[in-house]
Design a protein around this ligand. Structure first.
Ligand code: ADP
Ligand code: MG
Length: 731
């Protein structure tokens, strides 16, 4: 029996004690966060008011107030049993990072007290040399600073033996350049706020003080039993299977989505939700996905900065909790070839401090006009900056998904739904110089229905779809930190909001009627951006052709997509809105191209090892079995007079030859792959990424095909790598 077969007997759920009366969520939601409510209880009213102004209007607080908050935060954390604190931040590599410090200060020999000052709260100085900075900060000059982000509440992470207070922070260089993913997002919110405020004021909403983006990221993932995982060096090293023959049953029966969720998985989901609630993460729906053993968590939307932190935390929780259930949570975009990949649908909208969603049609024709104006601005943003959206989701893992005939394609287009399309078409055609209420009614604007998702959310193939009161950017990868895609959406929309406001102002200033001016501007934008709208099937071959005719880019390669960050029009845009400096963009380009190369290096080396240490030996074992059998049969025929059908003998020979040649091809291509890797060492990162995309990846695919063919002939008990049909179906 192979080790793999032995493992099959170990696949079982972890037994848990039955919880008879689960605690009501409302009794513990957010108990591990230093929320506004917790803060209010622990600090003076003056400091609390100052803090609120800091949050809402960017007023600064004094050092003594910071000290008061720090002290309150410390007392709160210690009362909950925390002994350490850490500045929690999001370096450019997409993971989260922590540097732990103890609360204790030495006050004399053998004496300690618990202490934590405002200075320490507001700023920390972790050794930054081990985080990539893309040349912003020379490695020898290891200074990077973390600075408290008060808009995201501090929280406590529990482990079996202790608790740690985590303080969300940004991570900057000595000169203030962003070394992380969070600061650009915060900056983009400022840009968006300014532009959107300006626009809503034009529409008469003078009382609005703040506009911000909201985000609800739907998180897809796979679960597999940990025993399988431990036997697959590819999953351990790279997060995806580099080899593995397709299982005869995949997702073709479409029986998974609405199927019941297995108890083992439900238990996992319960525990994740519980842990998430303690941290104030509002996870709501949970369900099966299309692929076998694929699932999704969808939280209720929040302010984007918070949603981004919560999504990072949720991913950590999912991985951690899975292990407690003897499962492994796979967040890679494409863990299994031929099976649907995992994405993260970013539901994105704009909200104001009065509780209005700017992508919801309003009660009055005027508000509906504002809704259509914002919608037009988003259309324009996507049309003009599709390259940046594509760049924001460019990473090695996602390259397997985008355009792979199942996920959104690498072509960025917008889906609006029939109703909105009709209205936009009408506006485009019928604008008068003066627009009365009756005209607005004629255009269908007066009675815009509140869209419900049933009437709009029918096109699941679109990368950027209006799904009733929000847009859904579906091209984001499941493992990604969502801060950068959000920062990019915010910036390009801010720019378009400014543009439409300018156009409106220009005409109104010259004495034109407001409503007809607005309609004209919408109509003009609708005309100009027509090419980006697509209602059909984005996975179809016809769309590939049609999109090309329309001049829409279809960038499959990560290195190519990332080039958008180096274009001067884009550098200007980000500098104008103070989201990224040219230098910060250049750094990100460098780091992300480099990361792509590192990912492929690891994958290729892992594949090479698997091929030589697992696959080929299994092949040899089987080859030996065949050769021995053949040899004996021939001997028996010759010496023992055994009668063997000529064709049957030939078949045995063919079988052996076939196995020999399969092994040969695997080995030959693996050698070639290693040669290519060696050659690529001499290249620049950009060139290397290109070679990896154009040559290394096809070669790896080639090896895989031969390995998978071998898997299907080698005897089951010689094959040690868990098979797709097991990992995905025996749970
Ligand atoms: P779907 O059909 O895509 O599953 P849902 O209604 O379940 O749609 O919502 C999906 C996600 O969209 C949820 O996370 C939800 O919180 C989020 N969402 C809803 N409204 C908004 C909004 N105004 N801004 C941002 N996200 C939103
Ligand atoms: Mg969705």
């Amino acid at each position: 029996m192979s080790i793999r077969q032995k493992v099959l007997f170990k696949i079982k759920s972890v037994e848990f004690d039955k919880v008879n009366a689960p605690k009501k969520v409302s009794t513990y939601f957010g108990e591990n966060t230093f929320s506004m409510t917790a803060m209010r209880k622990h600090i003076s009213k003056t400091t609390f008011d100052a803090f609120k102004l800091w949050m809402s209007e960017g007023k600064t607080i004094s050092l003594s107030q910071a000290n008061e908050i720090a002290n309150a935060m410390k007392n709160w954390a210690i009362s909950k049993g925390a002994t350490y604190y850490t500045h929690w931040f999001q370096p450019m590599t997409g993971l989260t990072a922590e540097k732990h410090d103890s609360f204790i200060s030495f006050t004399g020999p053998g004496k300690v007290i618990e202490k934590f000052s405002g200075n320490k709260l507001i700023q920390g100085e972790p050794d930054a040399s081990s985080f990539p900075s893309g040349g912003i900060r020379a490695t020898f000059e290891a200074r990077g600073y973390t600075a408290w982000d008060p808009s995201s509440p501090a929280f406590i992470i529990e482990s079996a033996l202790g608790k740690t207070l985590c303080i969300p922070t940004i991570f900057v260089s000595y000169n203030g350049e962003a070394l992380d993913k969070k600061l650009p997002l915060i900056r983009s919110e400022e840009a968006l706020n300014k532009a959107a405020l300006n626009l809503v004021k034009l529409f008469g909403h003078k009382n609005v003080k703040k506009v911000f983006s909201t985000c609800g990221p739907e998180q897809e993932y796979f679960l597999i039993d940990r025993n399988y995982y431990n036997l697959r060096q590819d999953l351990i090293m790279t997060g995806r299977t580099l080899v593995g023959a397709p299982s005869p049953k995949g997702q073709q029966l479409e029986d998974q989505y609405f199927g019941t969720i297995k108890e083992r998985v439900v238990n996992f989901m319960f525990e994740v939700a519980q842990e998430a609630y303690k941290l104030g993460i509002p996870v709501m729906t949970r369900h099966n996905e299309v692929a076998p053993h694929q699932y999704e968590f969808a939280p209720i939307f929040e302010e984007s900065n918070l949603a981004a932190d919560h999504n990072q935390l949720l991913m950590d929780l999912m991985k951690k909790v899975a292990l407690r259930h003897n499962l492994v949570c796979l967040l890679h975009e494409k863990p299994f070839a031929g099976i649907n990949g995992s994405g993260k649908h970013l539901n994105w909208s704009l909200a104001d401090d009065q509780g209005n969603n700017l992508l919801n049609p309003g009660q009055t024709p005027e508000d509906n006009l504002q809704f259509l104006t914002v919608l037009a601005a988003v259309l324009r943003a996507v049309y003009l900056h599709a390259d940046l959206l594509r760049a924001s989701v460019a990473l090695a893992g996602n390259e397997h998904r985008l355009g792979a005939n199942e996920a959104p394609p690498a072509i960025i287009s917008v889906f609006l739904g029939e109703q909105l399309n009709n209205i936009l078409d009408m506006i485009e055609k019928g604008i008068k110089s003066k627009v009365s209420k009756a005209d607005i009614i004629d255009l269908g604007i007066a009675r815009l229905p509140k869209f419900n998702k049933d009437s709009t959310d029918r096109n699941r193939t679109s990368p950027f779809a209006f799904t009733g009161s929000k847009f859904e950017f579906r091209a984001v990868g499941s493992s990604q930190n969502i801060s950068t895609p959000l920062a990019i959406i915010n910036t390009i929309v801010a720019e378009s909001l400014d543009y439409v406001a300018q156009q409106i102002n220009k005409n109104v200033a010259s004495g034109k009627d407001f409503n007809s001016t607005v309609l004209k501007v919408i109509s003009q934008v609708v005309k100009e951006t027509k090419n980006v709208r697509f209602e059909g099937n984005n996975y179809s071959a016809e769309w590939l052709k049609a999109a090309q005719k329309r001049g829409l880019a279809n960038v499959a390669a990560t290195f190519k997509a990332l080039e958008a960050l180096t274009k001067s029009k884009n550098i200007q845009l980000f500098e104008k809105y103070k989201v990224f400096s040219g230098e910060e963009l250049a750094a990100r380009y460098q780091i992300w191209v480099h990361l792509y190369n590192l990912t492929l290096d690891i994958e290729a080396n892992t594949l090479n090892e698997m091929v030589n240490a697992s696959v080929v030996p299994a092949g040899y074992k089987y080859e030996k079995l065949l050769a021995n059998t053949l040899y004996r049969l021939i001997k028996l025929k010759k010496d023992g007079g055994l009668k063997i059908d000529k064709a049957a003998l030939q078949d045995k020979k063919n079988h052996l030859s076939d196995v020999i040649s399969k092994i040969y091809y695997v080995r030959r291509n693996a050698l070639e792959m290693m040669k290519l890797l060696k050659q690529a060492e001499k290249l620049s990162d950009e060139k290397r990424a290109e070679v990896y995309f154009k040559q290394l990846k096809p070669l790896m695919e080639h090896i895989r095909r031969h390995v998978d063919a071998l898997e299907c002939v080698v005897s089951d008990d010689a094959w040690d790598l868990p098979k797709y049909r097991e990992m995905l179906f025996i749970k």
